[in-house]
Design a protein around this ligand. Structure first.
Ligand SMILES: Nc1nc2cc3nc(NCCc4ccc(CCO)cc4)[nH]c3cc2c(=O)[nH]1
Length: 373
């Protein structure tokens, strides 16, 4: 039973890292993929099913939970783990990104941001202190600083303003978080697509000696090459003995290429959202089950998969469910997709330990290129 929060680097292979993040509620094997459970649920999944796919940690969102059912109410219900019946680690985003991308009538100052709920228009204020307070009420194990994520493309002056504001907010979040041994507060590197600003942000956050670091401000529409270039600039500035979390990323290809550049933790809505839209991730790339070509196909998605959704159901049946908008369609494809992502992460972890990450990454990519059987 770990009473503290710690990161252990087990092996490296080039820029790729194999590690473990240990905390009282459990240990996260890295590189790790965190299924997104925005409103306290990983959509269309039971939590023991999410666990069964191999997930060590899930993500929750401060913005959504503060609006509904409310942070104080979640605390009265025993916290997010108790309410949602997920007893293992939970990482919560701080709300900054969602306020700027979802809410209405926003006013941002150095003090914080005032906004109206996208659900019922009710007014709210989010400050660094309130974000940490809410994440505490949720009983989150890894809490993110409140930050301002700049939408790209943006002028350097605008990127610099948001990056410097985020650094001031990191200091305030660190002060508000205080000393909680079994939990962590991660800083978030900003700086857009500007190398100099990325370095300044990473170095300033490193000086704060935080327990972990996220790379933010990416996966906001920039080309993959720009995202990867920012990782090549940012990761070397971060301490090697702390976890690195790339927010909102990504596709399986994004993940392979980002692991190669030193990232340990990922989250993305892709596998769950795609599952609800009839899209399956497989070893041979994506399969759109809406497509009529599957209507009489007896084969499963992947007869070699450990996941029943991939192994026990015909494509014809999945096509029927998707076309009929049956709830089971979203459930089975979400299950398949999360299982695929976790299988990919296990493959990556094993390959780094065996010192063959580059070869394995190439084999995996060739599988996608081969296309669907
Ligand atoms: N606090 C904070 N949170 C973030 C969350 C993010 N999420 C992303 N990208 C995810 C965007 C994303 C949204 C939808 C889909 C599904 C297909 O459309 C895929 C990716 N970038 C992000 C950046 C930040 C950031 O700087 N700070």
């Amino acid at each position: 039973m770990n009473t503290n929060f710690s990161f252990r680097l087990i092996a490296t292979d080039g820029g790729a890292r194999r590690g473990e993040v240990a905390m009282p509620r459990g240990t996260v094997r890295t590189p790790a993929f965190m299924p997104v459970g925005t409103g306290g649920t990983v959509k269309a999944m039971y939590m023991d099913q999410v666990r069964g796919t191999g997930a060590d940690i899930i993500l929750g969102n401060t913005y959504h939970l503060m609006l509904r059912p409310g942070a104080e109410r979640v605390a009265r219900l025993g916290g997010l783990h108790e309410m949602a019946r997920w007893p293992w680690p939970i990482l919560t985003d701080s709300g900054g990104f969602q306020v700027m991308s979802l809410s209405k009538l926003r006013k941002l100052t150095d003090h914080g941001v005032t906004f109206r709920s996208h659900i019922d228009g009710a007014p709210y204020e989010m400050t660094p202190e309130r974000s940490i307070e809410i994440q505490g009420l949720l009983d989150s194990d890894i809490q993110m600083q409140l930050d301002e994520c700049t939408a790209l493309p943006a002028k350097p002056a605008e990127i610099e303003r948001a990056m410097e504001l985020s650094l001031r907010w990191a200091e305030r979040c660190k002060a508000a978080f205080g000393d909680q041994p079994g939990k962590a507060m991660f800083g978030i590197v900003q700086g857009g697509d500007n190398a100099g600003l990325r370095v300044r942000s990473a170095q300033a956050l490193k000086a704060m000696e935080l327990k972990g670091y996220a790379v933010g401000g990416l996966a906001v529409g920039e080309p993959q090459a720009v995202m990867l270039e920012m990782l090549e600039i940012t990761c070397p500035e971060l301490p090697a003995d702390r976890p690195r979390y790339l927010m909102g990323v990504g596709t399986p290809d994004d993940i392979l290429k980002s692991v190669a550049r030193g990232i340990d933790m990922f989250d993305c809505v892709m596998p769950t959202r795609a599952g609800r839209h009839g899209l399956a991730y497989t070893r041979r790339g994506k399969v759109n089950l809406r497509n009529a070509r599957h209507a009489d196909d007896h084969r499963p998605l992947d007869e070699e998969s450990y996941c029943p959704a991939a192994r026990d159901y015909s494509r014809a049946y999945l096509h029927h469910l998707v076309r009929s908008q049956e709830a089971l369609g979203a459930m089975l494809l979400t299950w398949n997709n999360l299982a695929y992502y976790q299988r990919l992460m296990q493959d990556i972890r094993d390959a780094i330990e065996a010192g063959r990450f580059a070869d394995r990454a190439a084999e995996i990519s060739e599988g996608w290129a081969r296309g669907d059987i």
